[in-house]
Design a protein around this ligand. Structure first.
Ligand SMILES: NC(=O)c1ccc[n+]([C@@H]2O[C@H](COP(=O)([O-])OP(=O)(O)OC[C@H]3O[C@@H](n4cnc5c(N)ncnc54)[C@H](O)[C@@H]3O)[C@@H](O)[C@H]2O)c1
Length: 334
C-alpha cells in the first residue's frame, strides 16, 4: 500500500491492461523511489492476474475506478499527492470501435480530458509530467513506401484512431494553453505476454492450438510494424523521465510484416514446439472478409527518440515471437 502524501507518487491509468501490466513491474523495479497508484476500471481487457508479481510491492497500490470519474480522480490526486501521470487507459480494440464506438469516445477522449483537467488544477503550474500513451494509427495509412514521423499529418480512419487522435490534441492543447509539462508517445503494434485474447497474435496462437481456422482479414497483405512490449516499456520510461515538454515521440520496432507472414511465422514456431500429428498449423490459415476501413500499412521512423533519448528496440522479432508463444502455451497449460 502506498504511503499517503509520499512526495513522488505517479498515477498510472489502465495498468491492468496489456502494456500497463508489463510496464508497472518494470517501472517499479527501475524507479525504487517512485510510488505507483494504478487506476483501472477493469473492463473485459483488464486482468489483475497479470499484476500478481507486484500485488504486495510496498510502492504499489491498485484502485478500481474510471478515469472519467471526476470526483474519484480529484480525490486520488489529493489523497496521494500525485506528481506525475502515465495514461494507458483506453478502449483499444479497433474492431470493437467499428461495432460500438460510443465507449471509445467516452474513455479515450472524455477520460483523457478528465485526467488532464485534474492534473492542471492540482499541479497549479508545477512542472510535473503528464505522459499520454498513443498510437501510430492516428497518422492514417501509408502506401508501399515511407514512414510516419513526428511531423506526419494526423489522418485517423477508425473510431478508435479518431478517439486517440482527439485525446492527443487535448494533451497538446494543455501544453500550448496552460504550459503543462506534457509528452505524447505514439507507438506501433505491440506484441508480447499478457495481451488480451481478442488481438491478432493471441488469436492466431489460440486458433492454431484449438485446431480451428486461423482468420486473417482480406488478402492478408496489410502491414504493421511490431514492437515487443518490453521494448515499449523501456521507451516509455525514458520518455517519462527525459522527454521534453510539448514533444511527441514515435516508438517502433523496425519489424514490418504483413498479417499472412505473421500467421505463417507463428505456425512455424508452433510446428516446432508442439507438432501436430499430421501436417502444419499453416493449413488452418484462412482469409476472411476484410475489416471495414482497414488501413494498408503502418511503419515508424523512430530516429528522433533514438537520437534524443538514446532509445532503441532490442528484441529481434523471432525471439520476441518465441517468448510470446511460450507465454500463451504456458497460459493454456500446453
Ligand atoms: N496494444 C497496442 O498494440 C497499442 C499500440 C499503440 C498504442 N496503444 C495504446 O496503449 C494504451 C494501452 O494499450 P493496451 O494494449 O494495454 O490496452 P488494453 O485494452 O489491453 O488495456 C486497457 C486498460 O485500460 C483499462 N480501462 C479501459 N477503460 C478505462 C476507464 N474508463 N477507466 C480506467 N481504466 C480503463 C482496461 O480495464 C484495461 O486494463 C492504450 O492507450 C492504447 O491506445 C496500444
Amino acid at each position: 500500500m502506498v504511503d499517503h502524501q509520499s512526495n513522488n507518487t505517479i498515477l498510472i491509468t489502465g495498468g491492468a491492461g496489456f502494456i500497463g501490466s508489463n510496464f508497472i513491474p518494470y517501472f517499479l523495479d527501475k524507479n525504487p523511489n517512485i510510488k505507483v497508484v494504478n487506476l483501472d476500471v477493469l473492463t473485459y481487457a483488464g486482468d489483475l492476474g497479470n499484476l500478481k508479481e507486484v500485488e504486495k510491492h510496498p510502492n504499489y497500490t491498485f484502485i478500481k475506478g474510471d478515469i472519467c470519474d471526476n470526483l474519484l480522480v480529484k480525490h486520488l490526486f489529493e489523497e496521494y499527492n500525485i506528481t506525475g501521470v502515465i495514461n494507458f487507459a483506453a478502449e483499444s480494440h479497433v474492431d470493437n470501435s467499428i461495432n460500438s464506438p460510443r465507449q471509445f469516445i467516452k474513455t479515450n477522449i472524455e477520460g483523457t480530458f478528465n485526467l488532464l483537467e485534474n492534473a492542471r488544477i492540482f499541479w497549479n503550474g508545477k512542472n510535473n509530467k503528464f505522459h499520454h500513451i498513443s498510437t501510430d494509427e492516428v497518422y492514417g495509412s501509408l502506401g508501399e513506401n515511407g514512414f510516419f514521423t513526428e511531423e506526419s499529418n494526423y489522418q485517423p480512419n477508425s473510431p478508435y484512431s479518431a478517439s486517440k487522435a482527439s485525446s492527443d490534441f487535448l494533451v497538446r492543447s494543455y501544453y500550448h494553453t496552460y504550459g503543462m509539462t506534457v509528452v505524447t508517445s505514439n507507438c506501433s503494434n505491440n506484441y508480447g505476454p499478457k495481451q488480451h485474447d481478442e488481438k491478432l497474435i493471441p488469436t492466431i496462437i489460440r486458433s492454431a492450438i484449438n485446431g480451428i481456422k486461423i482468420p486473417i482479414y482480406g488478402n492478408g497483405k496489410n502491414i504493421r510494424d511490431w514492437l515487443f512490449v518490453n521494448d515499449h516499456c523501456t521507451g516509455i520510461n525514458s520518455i517519462y523521465h527525459k522527454g521534453k515538454a510539448g514533444e511527441t515521440y514515435l516508438l517502433g520496432g523496425n519489424n514490418e510484416y504483413d498479417n499472412l507472414t505473421i500467421a505463417t511465422k507463428i505456425c512455424e514456431v508452433l510446428d516446432l514446439k508442439i507438432p501436430k500429428k499430421m501436417g502444419s498449423y499453416k493449413n488452418q490459415i484462412e482469409l476472411v472478409e476484410d475489416r471495414l476501413g482497414h488501413d494498408f500499412r503502418y511503419a515508424i521512423d523512430a530516429s528522433k527518440v533514438s537520437k534524443e533519448l538514446s532509445w532503441k528496440a532490442n528484441e529481434s522479432f523471432d525471439s520476441g515471437l518465441e517468448k510470446t508463444v511460450d507465454w500463451y502455451l504456458n497460459k493454456y497449460q500446453l
